[in-house]
Design a protein around this ligand. Structure first.
Ligand code: NAP
Length: 531
């Protein structure tokens, strides 16, 4: 499989005419063939019209049909894993083992969301049967469930070329929920995007689904993405990336004549609080664990631990000395794109200029020949300086973290209080002190979508219970939904109630016979039975 550089518009390709661009190999610093062509306005219009035409058919697909489609995509990805990994390695500089693992995770996620679609309990079907004799007023028959919104636009992330890109979590959950999808390919891995897009289209054809189920648009700039978000037939947007990009698209969607939801997963500094008891019990393991979590993937994870909070004491100083030595010995590595690396370098240079902030022992020198290579750069500061400088709360995407020294546990609580929204917050506590951390844990649960005890924030398990979300700026919707895990489906639906409908007019999920054996709330009691 090789990409040819054209956008995928339903079952067709884009017409030539859009601005051209090349993919880039960040490890070797060279451009890659072929030339990619931005989608034109006509391409975009056709992709959206096709998706809008497919939407009513998609809304009527059974959960079993959606499951079959998602399983077919997963099978296709696994069959072509070698080709996908080869191209993604060139475009992202991520190691082969990581990319293979990411394909397995993507396939697992597609299958999990497919099974969820088929099981149907996520639809939250509820029935209150009529009581015509009720006094003083008769009670009507009410039946409600979640229904798909229609065409969804997905902006894949740069740092997960499979799991959160073209066939990633947003796309998989939107399909599972019954929505056609248009992906705006990330310019960091266009060839990988095209190959995955073609595999999705094979699955569309093999499952006999309508053209317009899926399109993939390239763009050398930002106009295609912005036009998609503003298109009146687009009903929701999924985004993973920067706060600036996510906020720009959320604002555009809110300013439409008909505003639509944008589920943007953006910045997070993922604070890690380490208590004296944890250091007394397992300092060396904490050095290894934190180093691994902070440097994996050259720090390019939305769950990267970017803020480490310690109470100053000799054991904590030893801990940081050992961690600093490990960081200084960490070799530089290529980041995903030259732009991400330039942002990283700008961020650390700005942080180094802030009064009261000191760098940890000198990092290994970056490879000056490449514009993409970075080594870990950590800083330390006091809790007082941290709380008086809002710039210190900003994420630096890449291998940089800030250590905040507190005088005592009261100052630690104050740092926690001042946090803005995060995807995760972590507490490391010793056996004897953990029970007394209720106040700190309550604050952290108000600040993050996932609170971790004695673990590390990277390494996200995709499951029914996981939450990958958080108050703003971690996400644009205040943490009321998740972009990972089976609850992700509920972003692409809205509630509809049917009043006094006859059996044959109702969707099968709400019919008395309960033909799919769904779990439903019937007159206040959960049941899988018929009425
Ligand atoms: P990004 O710049 O926000 O881009 C993400 C996607 O949105 C890309 O497809 C991009 O188009 C598009 N986009 C960005 N701004 C836009 C705008 N104003 N209008 C229309 N489209 C827009 O993110 P990135 O390139 O992946 O990485 C840059 C930074 O994002 C990193 O330095 C980091 O801070 C953050 N990041 C966060 C996460 C996370 O998980 N939260 C993941 C990755 C990156 P192009 O493809 O044309 O650029």
């Amino acid at each position: 499989m090789k990409p040819d550089g054209s956008s995928l518009i339903g079952f067709g390709s884009s017409a030539p005419g859009g601005a051209e661009f090349l993919a880039f190999d960040p490890a070797r610093g060279i451009s890659l063939e072929p030339t990619f062509c931005s989608a034109t306005g006509r391409d975009l219009e056709r992709a959206v019209q096709l998706a809008a035409a497919a939407a009513p058919l998609w809304a009527k697909l059974s959960g079993a049909q959606r499951n079959k489609f998602l399983r077919t995509i997963a099978d296709n990805l696994e069959k072509k894993s070698a080709d996908l990994v080869a191209r993604a390695q060139q475009e992202t500089a991520l190691p082969e083992a990581r990319l293979k693992g990411e394909i397995a995770r993507t396939a697992g996620q597609l299958r999990l969301y497919g099974e969820t679609a088929e099981r149907g309990d996520w639809l939250d079907a509820r029935i209150e049967t009529a009581q015509p004799e009720r006094q003083p007023l008769p009670k009507p028959d009410h039946r409600s469930l979640l229904r798909p919104l229609g065409p969804v636009v997905v902006f894949g992330s740069s740092n997960f070329p499979f799991a959160y890109s073209v066939a990633g979590g947003d796309t998989a959950s939107a399909f599972a929920a019954g929505c056609p999808v248009i992906v705006k390919a990330h310019s960091a891995h266009p060839g990988t995007s095209e190959l995955v897009g073609r595999l999705i289209l094979h699955a569309v054809r093999d499952c006999g689904l309508p053209e317009g189920t899926f399109s993939l648009l390239f763009d050398a700039g930002l106009t295609v993405g912005q036009a998609l978000v503003q298109h009146p037939l687009v009903k929701a947007v999924g985004f993973t990336g920067s706060l600036r990009g996510g906020r720009a698209l959320t604002d555009l969607a809110a300013a439409r004549p008909e505003p639509i939801p944008v589920y943007a997963e953006m910045g997070s500094i993922n604070p890690v609080f380490i208590l004296p008891g944890a250091l007394a019990e397992r300092s060396a393991a904490l050095v290894d664990g934190l180093h691994a979590s902070a440097t994996v993937g050259v720090g390019q994870f939305c769950t990267n631990p970017g803020l480490i909070v310690l109470v100053r004491a000799p054991a904590a100083e030893d801990f940081l000395k050992n961690l600093g030595a490990k960081l200084a010995a960490t070799p530089p590595a290529a980041m995903l794109t030259a732009a991400i690396c330039a942002n990283f370098r700008k961020g650390v240079a700005a942080r180094a200029r802030i009064t009261g902030v000191r760098p940890l022992p000198a990092p290994s020198a970056d490879d000056a020949r490449l514009s993409t290579v970075a080594a870990p750069v950590w800083f330390e500061t006091s809790a007082q300086d941290y709380s008086s400088n809002p710039n210190l709360t900003e994420e630096i995407f890449g291998p940089s973290s800030l250590v905040v020294w507190c005088k005592d546990s009261a100052e630690m609580l104050a740092v926690a209080h001042d946090l803005s929204g995060n995807l995760t917050a972590t507490l490391h506590a010793g056996t004897a002190e953990v029970a007394a951390q209720g106040a700190l844990l309550d604050i952290l649960a108000n600040k993050a979508g996932r609170v971790i005890l004695n673990g590390f924030p990277t390494g996200l398990e995709v499951s029914s219970a996981i939450v990958h979300s958080g108050p703003y700026p971690a996400t644009s919707d205040g943490g009321r939904s998740t972009s990972v895990g089976t609850r992700a489906l509920t972003r692409w639906v809205r509630l509809v109630c049917y009043q006094n409908f006859t059996e044959e007019l109702l969707p099968p999920e709400l019919q008395n016979a309960n033909p799919q054996g769904l779990r439903r709330l019937v007159n206040g009691a959960w049941t899988n039975g018929a009425i």
